[in-house]
Design a protein around this ligand. Structure first.
Ligand code: NAD
Length: 469
């Protein structure tokens, strides 16, 4: 179709009906079938890696192929490895204890596939955010319909070709299109809908899903803080931030969004961080490893955020202040925003770019209060050596996840649940939590022949005495 939408399933409802009918007819796939589906997916990512790298380059403007491999393809392959290695254990029915009143009897939980899972993915990690949810759905024995982001159309095309080549449409189908297709997609009566995107659109998705009582997992965004203890290792922090704020041009849902430092830490940290960024990108704005901003609209949004902060009194320190003729038009200099205040837009909206506001606080307790006065973040980072102080921050704050003395690394630990809390999301996937999220936990009870219930009949006599024992 001229507008790029998939012709035969532009509304999706007929595709959903076909997938559901096929699911009901075939029943739950066994362990071997699921492991085989995951293997096909893993092999396809490997064999299509060059095309996926080129597609990401086309979508972003500049995103070095090695970066796409390291942050998008690699973690997806690792997640699939983890699922294949653990699937047998996850699928096995789990015994549950039975109280004396319910004996003799056997209680078990069976993890059944839900049916058809809808997946709506974001553009910033267009492979991982599409295929890790897909792999999770397949591991749990489901079928899946996917709506990739229209902001990464080249990657969406490769993903559709690739998935069409290894799965029948009744098992995995990709629907492409813009926000209108996304809105219609989110209203389909799936057995589960997993959405990755902003908190604002997440609200629309949940509203649409409410009409059909479709359960949702919402992987949303927000402002993820970094809290510094007095004994934080500033060199380590500078090194970590120089990566976390520049990889994918800071367009990462769990990128550190702002820094809460103690007053005397601000200057030494700023100097170390800017020096480290310059060292990492010797070509400046034209460096081949500097990923560019996804669209003109996002570029303008980010420039506005910086101008608003400057106008309200922030000191802006850009890593690459001078423009360069050979730089891509959407290359954007990483920048520190010193003396940031809560009144600035950059402290009110998720940044999703290579800027880092720094706010000076008097104490760690102050920093904790600052975080707790705001919506719950997707990630939180703590830098400090004293374990008790770190544990105190862990206990007193609520965030989707945490990395201590590191940035963003919790994402790559496949055995950890990944998701938000409050405004940053509902439900988690990855690892066993993902498998269970996309399964139905069905309890079954098998009473023995002499089960106590068989004594239950009117008149009840003295049996009532046992009811509240
Ligand atoms: P977005 O919410 O702006 O857009 C997501 C998708 O929603 C779009 O592709 C669009 O097609 C669709 N959409 C638009 N209007 C809709 C409607 N009314 N109903 C249903 N769908 C509609 O987000 P984005 O720009 O793709 O991604 C950036 C956001 O995603 C950031 O907030 C980021 O933090 C978040 N994110 C979260 C995670 C995570 O795992 N938690 C990962 C990556 C990105």
């Amino acid at each position: 179709m001229a507008d790029g939408t998939t012709p035969e399933f532009s509304t999706g409802i007929d595709m959903l009906a076909a997938q559901r009918a096929a699911f009901l007819q075939a029943g739950a796939p066994d362990l071997n079938a699921r492991r085989d589906a995951l293997k096909r997916l893993k092999n396809a990512i490997r064999s299509e890696s060059k095309r996926l790298q080129s597609a990401a380059m086309a979508d972003f403007g500049n995103r070095a192929p090695v970066e796409t491999s390291l942050i998008d393809l690699g973690p997806t392959v690792q997640a699939i490895h983890h699922m294949r290695a653990n699937l047998k254990r996850w699928m096995a029915p789990k015994h549950r204890p039975v109280s004396w009143l319910m004996r003799p009897g056997r209680a078990r939980v069976h993890y059944q596939p839900l049916g058809v899972v809808g997946i709506m993915s974001a553009w910033n990690y267009p492979v991982a955010l599409t295929l890790v949810p897909l792999a999770t759905a397949l591991a749990a024995g489901n079928r899946a319909m996917i709506k990739p982001s229209e902001l990464a159309p080249a990657t969406a095309d490769v993903l559709r070709d690739m998935l069409d080549g290894i799965f029948p449409q009744e098992e995995v189908a990709v629907l492409t299109g813009g926000a209108d297709v996304a809105a219609a997609f989110s209203a389909l009566p799936f057995d589960h809908l997993l959405f990755t995107g902003s908190t604002a659109v997440g609200r629309h998705v949940m509203r649409a899903a409410a009409d059909t009582l479709t359960p949702v997992t919402l992987e949303l965004g927000g402002k993820s803080p970094v809290i510094l203890a007095p004994d934080a290792d500033l060199d380590l922090l500078a090194r970590d931030l120089a990566f976390a704020k520049t990889v994918n041009a800071g367009q990462t849902c769990i990128a550190p969004d702002y820094l809460l430092a103690l007053r005397d830490q601000v200057e030494p940290l700023s100097e170390a961080l800017i020096a480290k960024i310059r060292e990492s990108f010797p070509g400046g704005l034209a460096d081949p490893n500097l990923t560019t901003i996804i669209s003109e609209r996002h570029l303008a949004r980010l420039r506005d955020l910086l101008e608003d902060a400057r106008a309200k009194g922030a000191r802006i320190v850009e890593a690459f202040p001078a423009g360069s003729n050979s730089a891509h038009p959407r290359a954007l200099s990483p920048a520190l925003v010193l003396d940031a205040t809560p009144e600035m837009r950059i402290m009110q909206e998720e940044i999703f770019g290579p800027f880092l506001p720094v706010i000076a606080r008097e104490s760690v307790a102050d920093s904790i209060d600052f975080v707790n006065a705001r919506p719950r973040p997707l990630a939180l980072y703590i830098y400090g050596k004293d374990r008790a102080a770190v544990d105190n921050v862990l206990q007193r704050t609520t965030s989707g996840n945490v990395t201590v003395n590191g940035c963003m690394l919790h994402y790559a630990v496949e055995s950890l649940p990944f998701g938000g809390v409050g405004d940053s999301g509902i439900g988690a996937y990855h690892g066993v939590e993902g498998f269970r999220r996309l399964s139905h936990a069905k309890g079954s009870f098998h009473p023995g022949k002499r089960h106590v219930s068989r004594l239950l009949h009117s008149p009840y006599g003295r049996l009532a005495r046992f009811a509240t024992k």
